[in-house]
Design a protein around this ligand. Structure first.
Ligand SMILES: [Zn+2]
Length: 283
């Protein structure tokens, strides 16, 4: 399988050509994946955007994805896929029929913002990490989703390995590298970067040793943390440094995506595949 996260599709710059080229190369690989998971932030942003821009991005994503992705794919919601929660900038009232998560659910054609399915003997759980907080957001599950996750893990037979997909990381190494901690002399990881309810989730996973792998994005850096039998990987970003063609790398991470082989015994192998941005056709 492949994990493509933080595509941040937009009509400007090299985004469209590079996304299409990445999907084409993925389809042509000798180890062509059976499944693509995308990790959220599919579009550059609708969180703080007006209706017209949101419409443009929705039809762009739908067109690019339907024309260029023939491999079965499942998506999870990122903060930038939630329409209008920044009301002062989006001009939303909250009464719009596709306001907030509805917009993202329509984009990805999913019934609920979180879900589970089985493929190749693994149970895949897609979470919705974006929790409303004033005009912004925090990375956490609400109680309803947490209870659903608890039940979902209880229902999953113990020998079935579980992969959890979320936009924001549950545990992260690279969050220490971003930010300005030297100034304050304290390590401070904002609650909109990494799941602020990580302790509750880690405690839950401890009771279910078949939870093997948690994949995330959001931080645009590639890292891996192993804790209590679970591997947490933040899979960089297809858009790298938000499609900056002059400086595509964000900190030490090049634009790219993760390729994985998942095995029946719950083990796996993974590799970060770097991509180069396409040059624009009009240049
Ligand atoms: Zn994000």
């Amino acid at each position: 399988m492949a994990h493509l996260t933080d595509i941040h599709l937009q009509p400007e710059g090299v985004a469209v050509e590079s996304t299409i080229a990445t999907l084409k190369a993925l389809h042509e690989r000798s180890d062509r994946p059976d499944l693509i998971l995308t990790g959220g932030d599919a579009v550059m942003d609708v969180f703080a955007q007006k209706a017209e821009r949101a419409r443009t991005l929705k039809s762009l994503w739908r067109q690019v994805w339907s024309e260029n992705c023939k491999i079965p794919s499942r998506h999870c919601i990122g903060n930038h896929d939630v329409w209008g929660w920044n009301k002062s900038r989006s001009g939303c009232t909250g009464a719009e029929p596709d306001y907030g998560k509805k917009w993202a659910m329509e984009l990805f054609e999913i019934e609920k913002p979180y879900y589970a399915f089985t493929q190749g003997g693994w149970r895949f759980i897609g979470l919705d990490s974006t929790f409303s907080d004033g005009e912004g957001y925090k990375a956490r599950l609400d109680d309803e989703q947490f209870e659903w996750l608890q039940d979902e893990l209880k229902r999953t037979p113990a020998p079935t390995p579980v992969l959890i997909l979320s936009h924001m990381p549950i545990l992260s190494v690279c969050a220490y590298i971003d930010g300005n901690n030297e100034k304050t002399g304290h390590w401070a990881i904002p609650g909109d970067w990494v799941h602020i309810d990580a302790r509750r989730l880690v405690n839950l996973f401890h009771r279910h040793p078949n939870v093997k792998l948690c994949l995330s994005g959001h931080l645009h850096q590639y890292d891996r943390a192993d804790y209590d039998g679970v591997t947490y990987i933040c899979s960089g970003a297809v858009s790298g440094n938000w499609w900056n063609a002059q400086t595509p790398q964000y900190y030490q991470t090049q634009p790219g995506y993760l390729m994985l082989d998942l095995y029946d015994d719950g083990s796996f192998e993974s590799k970060y595949v770097r991509i180069s941005f396409a040059s624009r056709r009009d240049q």
